[in-house]
Design a protein around this ligand. Sequence first.
Ligand code: 5GP
Length: 126
Amino acid sequence: MMPIDPRLPYDDNNVFARILRGELPCKKVHEDEFALAFHDINPQAPVHVLVIPKGRYVSWDDFTRLAAGEEIAGFMRSVGEVTRILELDQPGYRLLVNMGGHGHQEVPHLHLHIFGGRQFYHMVAD
Ligand code: 5GP
C-alpha cells in the first residue's frame, strides 16, 4: 500500500472509521470513551495491537494540533491500560506511530502500534 497524504481531510470511509462504527469486524482488546484497541490484521510480532482514538484524526500531527487536552490524555491513558490488559508491562513492549509519507502511514486514521511478546533489538529496520 502507498503511504497516505496526511494533509488530506479526514475520510469517513477509511477502514478504521468503519471499524469504529461497527461496520467492519475487529478482534477487540479494549474500548473506552477515548479509544478502541484491537489486534492488527497482519501482525508483525507475537502481540501486535492497534490503539485508535475515537475522534476523527488523520494522523499524529492532526491529533496533537487539534485534539482537546482531555482527548490526548485519555488516549494516552488507554494505551497504558491496553498494555496492562495484554500483560506486557512486566516483560516490556514497543510503541510506534507512523506519520505521513516518510513514516509510511497507510491508514488515514491515527493509530498507535503496540508490539510485544518477544525481545526487540534494532530500533528501525527496512
Ligand atoms: P500503518 O502503516 O498505517 O502505521 O499501519 C496500518 C496497520 O493497519 C497495518 O499494520 C495493517 O496490517 C493494519 N490494518 C489495515 N487494515 C486493517 C483492518 O481492516 N483490520 C485490522 N485489524 N488491521 C488493519
